[in-house]
Design a protein around this ligand. Structure first.
Ligand code: B3K
Ligand code: ZN
Length: 873
């Protein structure tokens, strides 16, 4: 396998103006007839005498240029290509291929899931359907005729509008779809199955009525309402906030069980992982409701940021993904709690994305090279990409940002654009110079800002000095300074934010551009406490020597919700780190009482928004603690964190209990923000109470399980029970069996049943995980099940995965080797925990390295695994 480079980009030699496809779907194969209207790219180079298309796993049946069939001597069939001679500027090319969707386990291209035909073409799946110029800068008008047995596949869908349908003798029928918008092949979609539909309509801002349809297997049809409501909210929001109107007469979503990712924004025909569409109070948690809403929005928003304006090449992936994540994040913030959404997103950045930036696969949001593009659908491209767009908004201001977005869509509508086009539009619309800002697109790694301050009582001046640096990443030893917007406030001794200018503003965004720079503030009577990087204004680490009492003070008084929460996380992290150090030395370290007291203050604060309060009551996750450790000692991290949790529960038992009781559930379930906040807070209390060695507290979780009126409360109770060290095995088994009885036929809910167990530090031993692999509801062809069981164990269960003599790693390696033959994309994602081996203490490190070496030695690895394993070692 070889890397390809952004610097080698060249426009294509040919365009494909029209693509007419006919799919004849049968039980053991499909015949695909592709008629391409090809035209030479006149702007590009000298006349090439031939056209080379890519194709993988295709059986070639025939090739025609214009009306003449070519003999095999007239074309060249490579292992992944087809080359035909070209005699004119424009011609039609007809290629017939046979494919086997039934045998396609990669879930890329055309495949079958639970008896239904479906496709996934991004990034390079279309080449598994027919020979094509499968690259995003080749945009074509698609017409698609689908023919299949009417009994088995009554519903036949593709992109655009259905323009004709009919029946053949022998029970087969056909539907023709026409998409009036030019699109690259990665946005192509086809579905054929026995599906039910939920219908609704949306009237756009110019008064056009759009038909909305969500398709699922019949037993799930009652779980589509939330997705439909979310879709309508998204359509309205995009009109109001971005002025973007929907452009086809119909918008469809299809739910599919076997899917590698969350969902896919195919033009007019989004295909979704069932877990991201289906929701009912009885089957989905609050978190799932919010996830469905966010993903429906994300895919819908792609219609403009991705489809109308697409990417020139895959190095530009963040152009559509970073921007669209930003759009969906703002949408979710508007629909739910803005403060909590910011905390959640910052948490993902600081635990998982920072870890990616510090690992062997680190890359800029616009990578400069890759071996397998599927490996670059990352937290960096998506979430850091979103943060980069957010920083642009912070730097140019909200109004200018909207102008920039309008200009970008105007300029590039119908085109395949670059990240540079986006930044240029923002720059042109705002007049703000973003030259240095562009370093965010080129440089990988997480910048660190180091802040020092000084107060001079006689001049009444306070100065803040900010230095920046960025650690080396693979292939990038030294970095240029970034342009970092750092939002700050200065708090006086009462916790009031001081005015920072004549107009009395109490927050200022410092434009950090140099390696080191000082800002001075005049007229202060006392040394203030700085609140730095408010609202997580940039994806950087902050070094400032806060005393623990300063952190407690910020937890109480900072008016910025994010920083208030972050102060608590910092304090808790320090305290847990102390314990880890103690455990390593074999000492009994004491838990700093400041943390325990501060949690008491949070619990007692009745003014605090419940949703934010819940966030403040969460200890940093094990993953977060690992990310911030110099060297990861997994077992000590788990032990230390668990001790702190217990200590909090013991110290504040009465308060937590009282809070739990006042939040008693009443009435019917609704996924509305205030209700979600109450449930989450209550269940957080339940989690703490379950840490107590006390029968009546242990009984609480069991009682909640028995009386739960919705999946959120049910699952919280179940987790509390199975993660408690004081519940009997009988009780745990009884609940697990009860859950199984109720939900064994609901595949999405069963994912959570597997995940709760595999991620449980007490229950999820390697042995137990192995036994679950044999369970009747487990399905090793389902990425959701694999993620639940193997991902839950390897990424969500630090204690068990890293325990023993590397058996967890061996187990994961075995699975990766097996899955690589079946579904390389899913295999590659599951490998992530092993790639971080260098950060672990020596024993784990060595075992992890061995597991990676063993994977590397396997012959004929996929490009997916090959790239990750070679870069990791
Ligand atoms: N664009 C798709 C991702 C498809 C990735 C395939 N390897 C989902 C999304 O970001 O909306
Ligand atoms: Zn996306």
């Amino acid at each position: 396998p070889r890397a390809i480079y952004l610097k080698d980009y060249q426009a294509p030699d040919y365009w494909i103006d029209t693509t007419d496809l006919t799919f004849d779907l049968f039980e053991d194969h499909a015949l695909v007839t592709s008629v391409l209207g090809v035209r030479r790219n006149e702007d590009h180079g000298e006349d090439t005498p031939e056209l080379t298309l890519v194709g993988i796993d295709l059986e070639l049946v025939s090739v025609c240029v214009d009306d003449t069939e070519l003999t095999p001597a007239q074309y060249i069939q490579g292992s992944e290509s087809l080359t035909v001679p070209v005699a004119s500027q424009a011609f039609s090319l007809t290629v017939v291929t046979r494919i086997r969707p039934q045998e396609n386990t990669s879930l890329e291209g055309l495949y079958k899931s639970n008896g239904m035909f479906c496709t996934q073409c991004e990034a390079e799946g279309f080449r598994k359907i027919t020979y094509y110029l499968d690259r995003p800068d080749v945009m074509s008008k698609f017409t698609t005729k689908v023919i299949a047995d009417k009994g088995r596949y009554p519903v036949l869908l593709s992109n655009g509008n259905d323009i004709a349908r009919g029946e053949f003798d022998g029970g087969r029928h056909w539907v023709t779809w026409e998409d009036p918008f030019k699109k690259p092949s990665y946005l192509f979609a086809l579905v054929g199955g026995d599906l039910e539909v939920v219908e609704d309509t949306f009237t756009t801002m110019s008064g056009k009525e759009v038909a909305l349809r969500i398709f699922t297997e019949s037993h799930n049809i009652d779980k589509c309402d939330h997705a439909m409501v979310s879709l309508k909210k998204s359509m309205k929001w995009d009109e109001e906030v971005y002025g973007r109107e929907y452009d086809l007469d119909i918008f469809m979503i299809v739910a599919v069980d076997h899917f590698n990712m969350g969902a896919m924004e195919n033009k007019g025909l989004n295909i979704f992982n069932s877990s991201c569409v289906l929701a009912s109070p009885d089957t989905a948690t609050d978190a799932s409701y919010q996830r469905v809403e966010a993903i429906v929005a994300h895919e819908y928003f792609h219609n403009w940021s991705g489809n109308r304006v697409t990417c020139r090449d895959w190095f530009q992936l963040s152009l559509k993904e970073g921007f669209t994540v930003f759009r969906d994040a703002e949408f979710s913030a508007d629909m739910n709690s803005r403060g909590v959404k910011r905390i959640e997103d910052a948490t993902v950045m600081k635990t998982a994305q920072f870890a990616e930036d510090a690992g062997p696969m680190a890359h800029p949001i616009r990578p400069q090279s890759f071996i397998e593009i599927s490996n670059f659908y990352t937290l960096t491209v998506y979430e850091k990409g979103c943060e980069v767009v957010r920083m642009i908004q912070t730097i140019v201001g909200k109004d200018n940002f909207r102008k920039g977005s309008d200009l970008y869509f105007d300029r590039h509508d119908g085109e395949a654009a670059t990240c540079e086009d986006f930044v240029k539009a923002m720059e042109d619309a705002s007049g703000v110079d973003l030259s240095q800002f562009r370093n965010w697109y080129n440089q990988a790694g997480t910048p660190v800002i180091t802040v020092t301050d000084h107060f001079n009582p006689s001049s009444r001046q306070y100065s803040l000095t900010i230095g920046q640096s960025c650690p080396a990443t693979p292939g990038q030893d030294s970095k240029l300074p970034f342009h970092i917007p750092v939002a700050i406030a200065l708090l006086d001794q009462k916790g009031q934010a001081l005015p920072l200018n004549e107009v009395g503003e109490t927050e200022q965004v410092l434009q950090v551009t140099a390696a080191n720079e000082t800002w001075t503030f005049d007229g202060l009577t006392e040394k203030p406490l700085p609140s730095i990087l408010r609202n997580f204004s940039a994806p950087v680490r902050v070094n400032y020597d806060y005393r623990r009492e300063d952190l407690v003070f910020l937890m109480k008084y900072d008016s910025d919700g994010y920083n208030r929460w972050d102060a608590g996380q910092r304090l808790a992290t320090e305290v847990i780190q102390d314990l880890v150090k103690g455990l390593l030395k074999g000492e009994e370290a004491e838990i700093d009482s400041k943390l325990i007291e501060a949690f008491g203050v949070v619990l007692a604060d009745e003014q605090l928004d419940k949703a934010v309060k819940t966030e403040m009551l969460r200890l940093p996750t094990e993953a977060s603690l690992a990310e911030q450790a110099e060297e990861i000692h997994p077992l000590q991290i788990c032990e230390a964190r668990s001790r702190v949790r217990k200590a909090i529960a013991v110290a504040h038992k009465n308060q937590i209990q009282a809070l739990y009781q006042t939040l008693e559930q009443k009435g019917d379930y609704s996924p509305e923000a205030t209700e979600i906040a109450e449930r989450t807070l209550r269940n957080t209390c339940l989690g703490y109470l379950s840490e107590l060695e006390d029968d009546s507290q242990q009984q609480l979780a069991v009682d909640q399980y028995r009386s739960a009126g919705n999946m959120t409360d049910l699952r919280a109770a179940m987790s509390a029970v199975i993660n408690s060290s004081y519940q009997s095995q009988e009780t745990i088994d009884a609940l697990l069996n009860d859950f199984l009885d109720r939900y064994k036929n609901d595949s999405v809910v069963m994912d959570s049943w597997f995940m709760m167990q595999s991620a449980s530090p007490s229950l999820g031993t390697l042995e137990h995980v192995k036994s679950l692999l044999e369970h009747a509801s487990f399905d090793s062809t389902s990425p959701n099940k694999l993620r639940a069981l193997l991902g839950g164990f390897a990424s969500g269960n630090m204690k068990q995965f890293h325990s023993g003599s590397g058996e967890g790693y061996e187990f994961l390696a075995d699975w990766i080797i097996t899955l690589d033959k079946q579904n390389p994309q899913t295999a590659s994602r599951l490998m992530t925990p092993l790639t971080r081996w260098k950060k672990y203490e020596p024993v784990c490190r060595e075992h992890m390295r061995k597991a990676l070496e063993r994977i590397k030695a396997v012959p004929d690895l996929s490009t997916d695994i090959y790239e990750v394993v070679t870069k990791s070692l």
